[in-house]
Design a binder for this molecule. Structure first.
Ligand code: ADP
Length: 304
């Protein structure tokens, strides 16, 4: 497979605060990579450096086959970027917004491109409506259409669906996968677990460091987490009794059941032993959310 991004030793400080610390990352072309991690951990900063929007303090490598430090102009030209904040004009119509973006990029075949984008979005009949009248989900789909109007090779999405309802988020993701199937490489930051599961690969970043990398399945394996699930009357209330016991990293209610996780199997089994009789226990596969919470706890410990 060819790498769309292959960068080593990426670092960036703002003042005396190192917000990205020696990150190396390789992203295959045509893959959808999810950036996850606590707020303020350097996800946006990393994405912006990879595509030439921000100058790194250190790091070498390529983006879209170009030297990511010396050829950032060309990389920017071939990149689409979209954030959670709606950046189009609410008082221009949907069509006018796309035409404006096409002009800014100096694109040829403007009318055809805009019409094709509107058709693809299912917005052709609403071409003359003000963008401000669209619902949140539709606004984000319009912004996505604007971000790919110049047919970029790389698409960066920074929490693009924050605050958007589940159905609209699903449609947005269908669109992302359709674009990736056409060869576009996508990097997307998110806090939603269902979205993490829709990525081909995950990069988990905490406090400026890349802590885990791979498919969700690989991340679950790498974590070495052991998870037990308890069911029975009051299982959900057991969380507070178990929390803080040796071996118990997490105890979280799931509906009327409880998930208890840790990496030390023997200690975890000893912790739940006194409750074996009162509940029905079985070992279960950790969820990707269990893994992220585990990674976050570990990062906090390292940070402290
Ligand atoms: P994330 O996307 O993971 O939430 P960011 O990359 O946005 O994290 O931010 C990482 C850290 O860098 C935060 O502490 C943030 O306040 C800081 N930061 C980001 N951009 C700037 C900037 N232009 N100047 C100073 N500090 C910044």
């Amino acid at each position: 497979m060819t790498a769309a991004i292959d960068v080593h030793g990426l670092s960036k400080a703002f003042g005396d605060k190192r917000v990205v610390d020696d990150v190396s990352i390789r992203v295959e072309a045509g893959r959808v990579t999810g950036f996850l991690g606590p707020n303020g951990s350097g996800k946006t900063t990393t994405m912006r450096m990879l595509c030439g929007l921000l100058t790194p303090d250190a790091g070498e490598g390529t983006c879209l086959g170009l030297d990511f430090r010396r050829q950032s102009r060309e990389i920017k030209r071939r990149t689409g970027y979209m954030t959670q904040k709606f950046s189009l004009y609410e008082d221009l119509t949907i069509g006018e917004n796309l035409e404006f973006v096409a002009r800014v990029y100096g694109l040829d075949r403007r009318r055809q491109r805009v019409t094709a984008a509107l058709d693809q979005l299912g917005l052709a009949s609403r071409r003359n409506q003000p963008a401000g009248a669209l619902s949140g989900g539709w606004k984000q789909r319009l912004a996505l259409a604007a971000a790919v109007l110049h047919e970029p090779s790389l698409l960066l999405l920074d929490e693009p669906t924050a605050g958007v309802d589940p159905k609209a988020r699903r449609e947005f993701w269908d669109e992302i996968h359709a674009l990736a199937a056409g060869g576009l490489t996508v990097m997307v930051s998110t806090h939603y677990m269902d979205e993490a599961e829709r990525c081909h690969d995950i990069a988990y970043i905490a406090y400026g460091r890349l802590m885990a990398r791979g498919t969700t399945g690989a991340l679950i394996e790498q974590s070495r987490l052991v998870t037990f699930r308890a069911e029975g009357e009051g299982a959900d209330r057991l969380a507070s009794e178990l929390a803080g016991r040796p071996g118990v990293e997490m105890a979280a209610p799931f509906g009327s059941a409880l998930h208890v996780s840790g990496v030390d199997r023997a200690a975890l089994e000893a912790a739940i032993a006194p409750f074996r009789d009162r509940f029905a226990w079985r070992e279960t596969r950790p969820t990707i959310e269990d893994v992220f919470i585990h990674l976050m706890n570990r990062a906090e410990d390292n940070f402290a």
